[in-house]
Design a protein around this ligand. Structure first.
Ligand code: UDP
Ligand code: MG
Length: 310
């Protein structure tokens, strides 16, 4: 009997725990037929509602349901990593608890891996139906910028919903970085990935846990984690400004020698000083971003802390 581990990160999802389980069980017959059993890992990422209670109730009914309970909210990336570390299955899949990742796709994904030899089957949504237009706009910009900056391909609309072989999971686990950006990590490890596409499905119950600001910070984290181009931009700006300064020095000297120098130009001086100090602070900020990431990485803090495990 093979095992498929299902990882479900949950943060305040009490209304969705049971719905998700029921939806997943609709694929049970298919997997029984193929001699595959489930191991369902709900990772509670510090919820303040009844998420843990709901999972415990399920655990009582079905011993294949497990709970990993974090001591506080560590973020979805940490929850995914914890799930991958604890999963024992020959295959591992991650799904959101809110049913935006339809478990009904699982049989198809499984067949692609087993019959066609893919190492992972990933999903992307082709539409952003139901999402605020401003959010879609910035999301698109983000993907076009990060793909220009990074050698690792980061697919637009890619979801974390992905079925993987054991080998693929081990590769992901071997990347022990603290600042995790899964969309990049999945691309970085390589292997053969099949992409399935589907229309965006709106969340049925509860609310999204990602505010615009949280997403913005996450996007910046993604860029610093998978590209050092911003650092190069800082150096290039530095060189350009040095070059400009040399030209200005020459112009000033020549002007002085040829026409004398009636003292003027304090407005232009103010403009130059503010522009240049702005650029300097901007570049310093870029360096600071990378430094702060290095600082956090060097501390080697655990990615999550488990309070209880069932
Ligand atoms: N999630 C989590 N920790 C967080 C935020 C979200 O474990 O800090 C989980 C959440 O419970 C859900 C999944 O990550 O199962 C995706 O979150 P959400 O649906 O809010 O994101 P969206 O689909 O709106 O991008
Ligand atoms: Mg969602």
């Amino acid at each position: 009997m093979k095992i498929i581990s299902v990882i479900v990160p949950c943060y305040n999802e009490e209304e969705n725990i049971v719905d998700f389980y029921e939806e997943l069980m609709k694929t049970e017959a298919f997997f029984k037929e193929h001699e595959v059993d489930y191991e369902i890992l709900y990772v509670n990422d510090g919820s303040s509602d009844g998420t843990v209670r709901e999972v415990k109730k399920l655990h009582e009914k079905d011993e294949r349901v497990h709970l990993i309970n974090f001591s506080r909210n560590f973020g979805k990336e940490a929850a995914i990593y914890a799930g991958l570390q604890k999963a024992k299955g020959d295959f591992v899949v991650m799904l959101d608890c809110d049913l935006q990742d339809p478990p009904a796709l699982l049989p198809k994904m499984y067949e692609l891996i087993v019959n066609e030899g893919y190492d992972s089957v990933a999903t992307r949504r082709v539409s952003r139906k139901g999402e605020p237009p401003i959010r879609s706009f910035f999301a698109r910009r983000f993907y076009s910028i990060i793909n220009k900056m990074s050698k690792t391909e980061i697919v637009d609309g890619a979801r974390d919903f992905r079925l993987m072989t054991r080998q693929f999971v081990e590769a992901i686990l071997s990347m022990e970085e603290y600042n995790r950006f899964s969309k990049g990590i999945f691309g970085w490890v390589g292997f053969e990935t099949k992409w399935l596409e589907y229309e965006n499905i709106e969340r049925k119950k509860g609310e999204t846990k990602w505010s615009f600001w949280k997403l913005f910070i996450y996007a910046l984290d993604g860029i610093t984690a998978f590209s050092t181009v911003p650092l190069a931009v800082a150096s290039i700006l530095g060189v350009l400004f040095c070059f400009l300064a040399v030209v200005l020095i020459i112009v000033t000297i020549v002007r002085k020698l040829m026409f004398g120098d009636p003292t003027s130009g304090w407005p232009s001086l103010v403009c130059i000083i503010s522009l240049v100090s702005g650029v300097q602070l901007f570049c310093l900020g870029i360096v600071g971003q990378y430094l702060s990431k290095t600082y956090l990485e060097v501390k080697r803090r655990p990615m999550y802390i488990v309070k209880e495990e069932l």
